[in-house]
Design a protein around this ligand. Structure first.
Ligand code: NAD
Ligand code: UFG
Length: 347
């Protein structure tokens, strides 16, 4: 019998692409999303792509009563938990909003999973959990505590701690134990190849790719490049951009890995390409995709940006047999295809 997967945050950018892949791989999918940062248009777009109605509940996954009803009705075999707030800068201004939503949703979800004998979870984590304390003699002022740059980043690290502690605790022991795979994403960009599903951020985008496509489509005037004087080959920051469809497929590999586990199990795995690209690399690739110049100016560095980070993807290959297939030009071509077909996103 086909397994049923509950997908929280399944109307969002990464969740919606994952729902398409799950349905196309014959999983039965139930989506729960409160549409805080997404729209019903994404659910309609998924239905159009897969040619069937998507089971969707507009609900908050911190609402245990509703979650309980949904789990009673559908008895999911596993959960993929995307739901959460993700805007780094907003989290600095509204930390309580981020701690409340991101932590509450995960704790409530775990409690309801336990009630329903559902013991397998794939979690959306982030490269932001990596820290770089190098010294051994600890100093209060100079040694970094175990703390990411933003409240958002802290919620991701704390959610990993909550999950790992719950795996090792005894509250799931009457069942088979809890099994969790935490997937640490690098920088997802791109869109579904149909051009009907893509990233549709609320307000002015914070991230590079949607900012560029909104400039290219005429919604924004020009890209601001945050610093070209880093110690990198072209002076701009290096990141590991991963096609959202590759990333979505990584979740199916994550699920298959989870299904092989029993007892108490926690594992954290990077999902990235391992190939760093600079801001100029991304911009030049978009220029090729769009076929004309994209206006930009170099401005000062953005607070909190690290010059360079990218994934070591070897664990994903070893344990998930997962390797990315789509390159930067495909990512930018698909982002542009989506944005040019839908200049105003899902609206
Ligand atoms: P997104 O905002 O597009 O999707 C998240 C979805 O969760 C949205 O549809 C939102 O409405 C929903 N949601 C939020 N809180 C909810 C709640 N309490 N109950 C129900 N639904 C809720 O973001 P995304 O880019 O698709 O990211 C998905 C996950 O991956 C997030 O947890 C995010 O932190 C993580 N992540 C994203 C990135 C990235 O660059 N996009 C990188 C690393 C990790
Ligand atoms: N950038 C610009 N101009 C823009 C936007 C971004 O020059 O308008 C640059 C940034 O300075 C950075 C690069 O483009 O060098 C990528 O920036 P993004 O904002 O797209 O992505 P980040 O690497 O800053 O952040 C991403 C996710 C976060 C996550 C972090 C670490 O958005 O959620 O990776 O995993 F915390």
């Amino acid at each position: 019998m086909n397994k049923t997967i509950l997908v929280t945050g399944g109307a969002g950018y990464i969740g919606s692409h994952t729902v398409v892949e799950l349905i196309q791989a014959d999983y039965k999918v139930v989506v729960v999303d409160n549409l805080y940062n997404s729209s019903i248009g994404a659910i309609q777009a998924i239905s159009g792509i897969v040619g069937q109605k998507v089971i969707f509940y507009e609900a908050d996954c911190a609402d245990k009563k509703i979650l309980h009803k949904i789990m009673t009705k559908h008895s999911p075999d596993a959960v993929i938990h995307f739901a959460g707030y993700k805007a780094v800068a907003e989290s600095v201004v509204k930390p309580l909003l981020y701690y409340r939503n991101n932590l509450d949703s995960t704790i409530s979800l775990l409690e309801v999973m336990r009630e329903h004998n559902c013991t397998q979870l794939v979690f959306s984590s982030s490269a932001t959990v990596y820290l770089d304390a190098k010294e051994v003699k600890y100093n209060e002022a100079t040694t970094k505590t175990n703390r990411p740059f933003s409240p958002y980043g802290t919620t991701k690290l704390v959610q990993e701690y909550i999950l790992e502690d719950t795996v090792h605790g005894e509250q799931f022991d009457n069942l088979s134990g809890l099994q969790v795979v935490s997937l640490r994403y690098f920088n997802p960009i791109g869109a579904h190849s149909s051009g009907d599903l893509g990233e549709d951020p609320n307000g002015i985008p914070n991230n590079l790719a949607p900012y560029i496509t909104q400039v290219a489509v005429g919604r924004l005037e020009q890209l601001q490049i945050f610093g070209d004087n880093y110690n990198t080959p072209d002076g701009t920051c290096l990141r590991d951009y991963i096609h959202v469809v590759d990333l979505a497929k990584g979740h199916l590999s994550g699920l298959e890995y989870l299904f092989k586990q029993s007892g108490k199990f926690f594992d954290a795995i990077n999902l990235g390409t391992g190939k760093p690209a600079s801001v100029f690399d991304v911009l030049h690739s978009f220029v090729k995709a769009v076929g004309r110049k994209i206006p930009y100016k170099v401005v000062s560095r953005r607070d909190g940006d690290l010059p360079e980070f990218y994934a070591d993807p070897s664990k994903a290959e070893a344990v998930l047999s997962f390797v990315t297939k789509l390159d930067l030009d495909k990512m930018t071509a698909d982002s542009w295809n989506w944005q040019s077909k839908h200049p105003n996103g899902f609206n």
